[in-house]
Design a protein around this ligand. Structure first.
Ligand code: F6P
Length: 539
């Protein structure tokens, strides 16, 4: 895998110079009637990316592609698909693409080990389990079929399956799905309210099976079950595990026959394609889950084989770099015009920021440039009545992704036509704005004109899907996964570790005895000591 400092490339210098030239979207469109066609890519019947409303021209695009070449992006992509140990600080490969390998072909890691036999074995186990639970053959402690499934996990063991199961709600069968992640007891308590222990199945989803939040929730859920069942043997019928840690699963009391394995080459935030996707498969059926995998696989093939200039993840990654590093944009907005995608921004926050929120390069040296943007967003049209004011007239440059399906699963009157009209209107208004002259021509009161001017020139991508199906959703998620990879490779950082989450975890375990007992507070800072004293007072 390459390690090139992007600052040492010619393209980086050139992009810095190109960024000095002001470009307006109105002029760029006026100068090139073919712009929308030239700056669009399509994955047939699956996904269309229109990137024409970006602050780029052919020279910028050329320099961005040159940056990809000079930083060795092609070799980095090869190393990824070759199963090399590219997650060096954890000494692991990054091989979640094998989980969605739909070809009857091997996927060997760099040491030659084909991972497909184990991948297929777990898929077969998931398929049989889905059939048993969905078909009513899997029963609870008093012989009744399962009605409710509660996934207990956090981070990658929650955000992916939760986002996807919400996105695919129109495909759900009769099982009711719930997700508990927060260690705040309110999350579990509120979820269990109204559930019947005799017909509730818990999925404990944790790669490590040591995560404090997940294990605390799992133990409390087991107490709740056993209080009703009265017999510890009920655990086996009501708890299954998704994990890489068989020893810890057995220690918890879950029969390892009911453990669905995955492997260290599957990163937490890229794990929804693995056994971590079990709640999705239970909700939509195993065939639906396979379609999700096939959509992602289609995007994998595109990413692996398409030339850089026609490669969707590469282009999205490069555009992000243009804004982050050359046009000084600190954040990116994710704006799905589909209510079912309401968790997509939260999902991408982890995927992007846990991956590329790094300030040290692959040689352990401080980077001399910005890395991950801050990712945020809300589904349209809610966002319009909330933060879009700032997008239109604020002082930040905020590139946005509009995501929109052509068809709705809920053909209710003209709702969908209105939703689409809003989505198109917003990207137009952001791009082209409303000038002083236009306002004057409309007869606007002169004293209000300065307040009503929309400067425009706010860039966006539009991602169009025929419909949010398991297949198109799989492709969309994989697109963002590979965009993250592209950016991490060019920024010369390790995208697949997350050491930055460790310190807070360590400190929490030091502080716990100070809250529950008489832990020694003498080494703590004055602020934390005073907050602890106040908490004790109010407890
Ligand atoms: O937040 C840190 C993290 O390690 C994530 O990367 C991961 O997705 C999450 O915790 C949950 O970890 P686990 O699946 O091991 O419980």
């Amino acid at each position: 895998m390459n390690s090139v400092n992007p600052l040492d490339t010619r393209a980086w210098q050139q992009l810095g110079e190109l960024a000095q030239t002001e470009r307006t979207l109105a002029t760029l469109f006026a100068e090139d009637p073919q712009r929308a066609r030239r700056y669009s890519l399509e994955l047939a019947q699956c996904l269309k990316l229109d990137f024409s409303k970006n602050l780029i021209d052919d020279r910028v695009l050329g320099a961005l592609l040159a940056l990809a070449e000079e930083t060795g992006l092609r070799d980095n992509i090869k190393a990824l698909f070759a199963g090399e140990t590219i997650n060096r600080t954890e000494n692991r490969a990054v091989f979640h693409m094998a989980l969605r390998n739909r070809a009857e072909e091997p996927m060997p890691l760099a040491d030659g080990t084909d991972v497909m036999p184990q991948v297929r074995a777990v898929l077969a186990q998931m398929k049989a389990f889905c059939a048993a639970v969905r078909g009513g053959g899997w029963t609870g402690f008093n012989g009744r079929p399962i009605r409710d499934v509660v996934n207990i996990g956090i981070g990658g063991s929650d955000l992916g399956p939760y986002m996807v199961s919400e996105a695919l709600k129109p495909y759900h069968g009769e099982l009711r799905l719930h997700f508990v992640s927060n260690v705040d007891g309110a999350h579990l308590a509120q979820t269990l309210q109204g559930l019947d222990p005799a017909t509730t199945l818990f999925i404990v989803a944790s790669k490590t099976f040591t995560t404090q939040e997940t294990m605390t929730n799992a133990f409390s859920a087991r107490e709740w079950l056993l209080a009703a069942a009265g017999d510890t043997s009920a655990t086996a019928r009501h708890f299954v595990a998704l994990s890489t840690n068989a020893a810890k699963v057995a220690e918890f009391g879950i029969d390892t026959a009911n453990m669905f394995a995955f492997w260290e080459w599957v990163g937490g935030r890229f794990s929804l394609w693995s056994a971590i996707g079990l709640p999705v498969a239970l909700a939509i059926g195993f065939e639906g889950f396979e379609q999700l995998l096939s959509g992602a696989w289609e995007m994998d093939q595109h990413f692996k084989t398409a030339p850089l200039e026609a490669n969707m993840p590469v282009l999205l990654g490069l555009l992000g770099i243009w804004y982050r590093n050359f046009l000084n944009a600190p954040s990116e907005a994710i704006l799905p015009y589909d209510q079912c995608l309401h968790r997509l921004p939260a999902y991408l926050q982890q995927a992007v920021m846990e991956s590329n929120g790094k300030s040290v390069d692959r040689n352990g040296q401080p980077v001399g440039y910005h890395t991950s943007p801050i990712v945020w967003g809300e589904p349209g049209t809610n966002g319009q009545h909330s933060f879009y004011q700032l997008l239109h007239q604020g002082t930040h440059l905020i590139p946005a992704d509009f995501i929109m399906p052509a068809q709705s699963h809920y053909p209710l009157g003209d709702h969908h036509a209105k939703l689409i009209a809003n989505c198109l209107a917003q990207s137009r208004a952001l791009a082209f704005g409303q000038s002083e002259q236009e306002l004057r021509a409309q007869g606007e009161q002169p004293e209000l004109i300065p307040f009503k001017v929309h400067k425009g020139n706010s860039p966006s991508n539009t991602l169009l899907l025929p419909k949010v199906t398991p297949h198109t959703l799989g492709a969309l998620i994989a697109l963002y996964e590979h965009k993250i990879f592209v950016q991490g490779a060019i920024w010369n950082i390790f995208s697949f570790d997350q050491w930055g989450v460790e310190l807070g975890k360590k400190q929490a375990s030091v502080l716990l005895p100070c809250i529950t007992g008489d832990g020694d507070t003498s080494s703590l800072d004055a602020s934390t000591r005073s907050l602890l004293a106040q908490l004790k007072d109010w407890a």
